[in-house]
Ligand binder design. Structure first.
Ligand code: C5P
Length: 314
């Protein structure tokens, strides 16, 4: 084989409930992941030694050394199948998912690298086995392999596919002029919670309670009613992201005023996500949002879509 290319989607969190910090520095989550049609492509080719080239959206901000999540995933896969002739590879990542935008682009690339090398090396690992390896690389890698809509627990790596009708949801993503660091946003949430006023009415964030799945969101997803789903979107990291990136408040308000059924910050931000009633409304919203000057650029996507998959092998 001379090369394998895998395609992998970005993720949204339709609910992101965050518990108190754990002893290992992570936070227990309950989240509803949703894979959307914004894809990176990862190609692996046999080479003299491992290496990486990154092209496309934000390529200059992706580490091109052993810190790269795709290369780390490949190392972990190699260690898991030591007897399969896991020769060196050159990895080429074509990015469309913006970097440090709350859309799990780095985790997506790790997932695609796992799928592609599994094929190139004929390693024969199953999706659950790849998910187990992926979870050691990042909290969102397992979901990038699974795709669709799924409930995540633990750090986000314990997944249960959500039973939902085949509804396609139409989203508009508003990309911000800047990035947020995921650890910094979690730390900001911990600080906001620690400084919470006694009167809940004056508090911008909820208490650091054990996270719970939102039954109203799950029920809305089961009906496939975009209006109801839009009302139930929630993200405990949103206030923390807005505290570090105040311009997001204006973007969220603009999207709602322009007719979005719901709005929230994507993961740890700073991308803002808007739900539209259908593809036409999404187009109108995307045009109006870019005209409003409240973001760097916009993209229309739909979901759910499948997780990382091989698209060509030669
Ligand atoms: O797992 P991943 O490398 O994507 O996580 C990046 C950072 O996000 C962690 O180092 C941690 O600070 C924060 N995080 C967290 N709790 C989670 C997931 C991520 O605190 N469940």
């Amino acid at each position: 084989m001379t090369g394998v290319t895998a395609r992998v989607p970005a993720k949204l969190n339709l609910q992101l409930a965050v518990g108190p910090p754990r002893a290992d520095g992570y936070h227990d989550l309950v989240t509803v992941f949703h894979a959307v049609s914004l894809f990176d492509q990862v190609t692996v080719e046999p080479a003299g030694r491992d290496g990486i080239t990154v092209t496309g959206e934000g390529a200059d901000r992706v580490p091109a050394d052993q810190d790269n999540l795709a290369l780390r995933a490949i190392e972990a896969l190699r260690a898991a199948v030591p007897d399969r002739g896991t020769a060196a590879v050159h990895v080429t990542i074509a990015k469309r998912i913006p970097v440090a935008a709350g859309l799990a682009g780095g985790s997506a690339d790790a997932a695609a690298a796992l799928v592609a090398c599994n094929e190139l090396w004929a390693a024969g690992l199953t999706q659950p086995q790849l998910c187990g390896i992926g979870a050691t690389i990042g909290s969102d890698v397992a979901f990038a392999l699974l795709g669709g809509t799924a409930v995540g627990r633990g750090r986000g790596e314990q997944l249960t596919p959500a039973l939902a009708p085949a509804t396609q949801y139409h989203w508009v993503l508003a990309f911000a002029d800047g990035q947020l660091s995921t650890p910094a946003v979690y730390a900001a949430l911990d600080r906001l919670r620690a400084a919470r006023p006694a009167d809940p009415a004056e508090s911008e964030v909820g208490p650091a309670a054990e996270p719970d799945l939102d039954a109203a969101l799950m029920s809305a997803l089961r009906t496939g009613d975009a209006g109801r789903v839009g009302q139930q979107l929630s993200n405990d990291l949103q206030q923390a992201a807005v505290s570090l990136f105040p311009a997001l408040r204006k973007t969220l308000t603009a999207g709602l005023e322009l007719g979005a059924l719901g709005a929230l910050v994507a993961g740890s931000g700073p991308t803002c996500v808007f739900l539209a009633a259908n593809a036409e409304r999404a187009l109108e919203l995307a045009v109006s949002l870019s005209g409003a000057g409240v973001c760097r650029s916009v993209a229309r996507v739909s979901g759910p879509v499948p997780g990382a998959a091989v698209v060509s092998a030669a």
